[in-house]
Design a binder for this molecule. Structure first.
Ligand SMILES: [Zn+2]
Ligand SMILES: [Zn+2]
Length: 322
């Protein structure tokens, strides 16, 4: 079958379906080592301060680093900020322990590319049962027979800080671990590094698993292999990332919780940056080109808003930024 190019993924007679799942030793050993250390060492070293350090570092690295820095800024360019703020946010994203900046872009874009085709491999769609999907997503990848060509943008490729982070992303835990050891001893290291990384990586897989299978949808995208769904109960702990149906509808939007009641802490942080004059050119659903095939599916609600000449999304909140 043929495919379409998307962003950094260039069609090269590529096929998003045919390929085999291969074990990735480095990724697998890394996550297994962190998880075993967390399961065995976590209970043995538990203290209230270690737990506090775990909560604080998880929140900072996932919200500011992973969601805002890596996902909304580096991958989707949903807003602009000073280069030193961008580097700081992507550094925090690297501390999540999932991959370096280029590895994160690739992992995101290959899945996004595959999901936008008319059909794709089961791994990209999270189609397999729970435990098979866990093994596939956290320990393996698809080696496609005919993959697309992955071409980083010049700005990303030539950024020396990103090249450094990419080459050293696992080692980046060491300075943090040393600081934790000095200030809080072994319990802070176990909870601030191993428990945090294993919870972050497992949580990332869980959100990806459920957010591609079922849930609330405000919009649907026609003629694509995979839909995204919102998981409203997880908006707070995922800092807005669980509103994944919205993300499929408006991938470049800096705001993920776009309907009333969808609490999006990552978006609040971007708004704070904007208030301080540190973020600009913020993309929102009503300012970006709608995706091909995008359709509002809450028909009654849509009809009511149309007759009232109201926007389909909460434009007022986004305009307060301007
Ligand atoms: Zn998705
Ligand atoms: Zn994305």
């Amino acid at each position: 079958m043929s495919s379409i190019s998307t962003g950094r993924m260039i069609d090269d007679n590529s096929d998003p379906v045919k390929g085999k799942v291969v074990w990735l030793p480095a990724k697998s050993i890394w996550i297994t080592a962190m998880s075993l250390t967390a399961i065995v060492g976590g209970p043995l070293t538990f203290t209230c301060s270690a737990f506090g350090v775990f909560i604080f570092l998880t929140a900072v690295t996932i919200c500011l680093g992973h969601s805002v820095g890596m996902h909304r800024l580096l991958i989707h360019r949903s807003f602009r900020t000073h280069v030193w703020i961008e580097h700081a946010l992507v550094y925090l994203g690297t501390l999540v322990g999932m991959a370096g900046p280029f590895g994160m872009i690739y992992a995101h874009d290959i899945r996004d590319w595959a999901q936008r085709q008319s059909a794709c491999h089961d791994l990209y769609a999270h189609r397999r049962p729970f435990f098979i999907d866990a093994a596939w997503q956290m320990h393996c990848a698809v080696a496609l027979d005919h993959p697309p060509r992955f071409v980083l943008n010049e700005g990303e490729r030539s950024d020396r800080f990103y090249r450094f982070l990419e080459a050293t992303w696992m080692v980046q835990q060491i300075p943090l671990a040393v600081a934790l050891l000095v200030f809080g001893g072994l319990p802070w290291v176990v909870w601030g590094i191993a428990v945090r990384i294993s919870v972050s990586l497992t949580g990332h897989w869980l959100v990806g698993h459920f957010a591609h299978r079922d849930g609330h949808q405000g919009w649907i995208v026609d003629d694509v292999a995979v839909q995204g769904y919102n998981l409203p109960h997880f908006g707070l702990v995922t800092f807005g990332e669980s509103f994944h149906g919205n993300h499929h509808a408006f991938p470049e939007s800096a705001r993920l919780g776009i309907e009333p009641g969808q609490f999006d802490l990552g978006w609040l942080f971007i708004r704070l940056l904007a208030r301080l004059g540190l973020a600009s050119e913020i993309k929102l659903p009503h300012t970006i080109m709608p995706r091909a095939g995008l359709r509002r599916i809450n028909l009654a609600e849509t009809a009511r808003r149309r007759t009232n000449s109201q926007p389909l999304i909460d434009e007022q909140a986004s305009e307060r930024l301007a």
